[in-house]
Design a protein around this ligand. Structure first.
Ligand SMILES: *Cc1c(COP(=O)(O)O)cnc(C)c1O
Length: 354
């Protein structure tokens, strides 16, 4: 029986996408060939890559707005490095909202001065800093829109004249935003878009070419743009599955439709966390992530019982990250409201039992 999969990443994808992906591995669209044995230069795959790139821009409302979408390898972690390599000449600002921000800062420090513009590290990243001053003269400001591990999410993006870079790995395509406020967006596929193995990078025209260092080809965004995201063999399977997921999202009504469902899922679980005395939320209420809900048992002795009940209800992947503890329910786009309902039922059942 299919489990209710709350895994933080790699994570749930739409069942019909899995099905189509499995079929394409055997045979792509009646071609007599598998998706993973054809040339990436074949017209069949070039079409897949172009569709993936254009769907990404379309979902973000950035088609014909001077942006380019790439599907690269190396995960979001590679982008921690690439962003700095391509954009950092002297000084960049980073808002430190968790483990992933810290890792991005660590890589960027290799290339220049990093100003930690704001941080919530002093309280184990349980909130999003707000109302901070953004210094003048930054090469760029780097944000993490959703903190997968801590369960916090930026709800309002501060206005800035700075070049704005955002790691959207865990909430890309989950909510409506004015994406044109960003100059560079990146997102590892395996949180809300596809299987591990590719990373979407969306870059606005005009932000590149300003650093004086020589950039190795594989790290150079301009090289990848010049080759239509096909500088070398792209990760054909993850790109294909990401394309299918974006097509699925389009077919069900796009980001506005999924946002409505995501809001319902989030309010369902957070209201249970707030009303049930056996649970307490980790993140500050106003900053709670719609993608990753972090919470604890108020009575640790109930852990075994709760874990057993979850197991019996076919719930998978809700253990919290080691740096937070407790539980984390990840509710990406493909997760249904019904699955969240199953978890919430188990939580309220625990209260009745205890
Ligand atoms: C998972 C994650 C990453 C790291 O992604 P990799 O693909 O494993 O390198 C970076 N940033 C955020 C916000 C994440 O959730």
């Amino acid at each position: 029986m299919k489990k209710h999969n709350f895994s933080a990443g790699p994570c749930i994808l739409p069942q019909e996408v899995m099905q189509k992906a499995a079929e394409a591995v055997v045979e792509l669209d009646g071609s007599g060939l598998s998706l993973i044995e054809i040339s990436h230069r074949s017209s069949a795959f070039v079409e897949i890559m172009e569709k993936a790139r254009s769907l990404a821009l379309e979902h973000l409302g950035l088609s014909d707005k001077g942006y380019t979408a790439l599907f690269l390898q190396g995960g979001a972690s590679q982008q921690f490095l690439n962003v700095a390599y391509n954009l950092l000449e002297d000084k960049a600002g980073y808002v430190n909202t968790g483990t992933w921000s810290l890792k991005a800062i660590k890589e960027a420090k290799i290339f220049g001065e990093i100003v930690e513009v704001a941080s919530s590290q002093e309280s184990n990243f349980n909130y999003i800093p707000k109302g901070y001053t953004i210094p003048q003269g930054l090469d760029y400001l780097h944000l993490t829109s959703n903190n997968t591990i801590f369960g916090t999410q930026i709800k309002e993006f501060q206005k800035t004249d700075s070049t704005l870079v955002c790691d959207m790995s865990s909430d890309i395509f989950s909510r409506q935003l004015d994406f044109s406020q960003f100059d560079l967006i990146y997102a590892g596929a395996q949180k809300n878009m596809g299987p591990a193995g590719t990373t979407l990078v969306v870059i606005k025209d005009g932000v590149l070419g300003k650093v004086s260092r020589k950039i190795p080809s594989m790290l150079d965004y301009q090289v990848h743009i010049g080759k239509d995201s096909m500088f070398n063999t792209p990760p054909v399977f993850p790109v294909y599955v990401s394309m299918l997921t974006m097509q699925w999202l389009k077919d069900i009504g796009g980001i506005s439709a999924i946002e409505e469902i995501n809001d319902k899922k989030a309010s369902l679980i957070y209201s249970e966390i707030d009303l049930n005395p056996l649970f307490s939320g980790f993140a500050a209420k106003e900053d709670r992530s719609n993608m990753n809900a972090t919470f604890n048992l108020t009575d640790a002795t109930l852990k075994e019982t709760f874990d057993q009940m979850c197991k019996e209800a076919n719930i998978n992947g809700i253990n919290g990250h080691r740096s937070v503890g407790g539980y984390r329910a990840s509710m990406y786009n493909a997760m249904t409201l019904e699955s969240v309902g199953v978890l919430v039922d188990v939580m309220s059942e625990l209260e009745r039992k205890a």
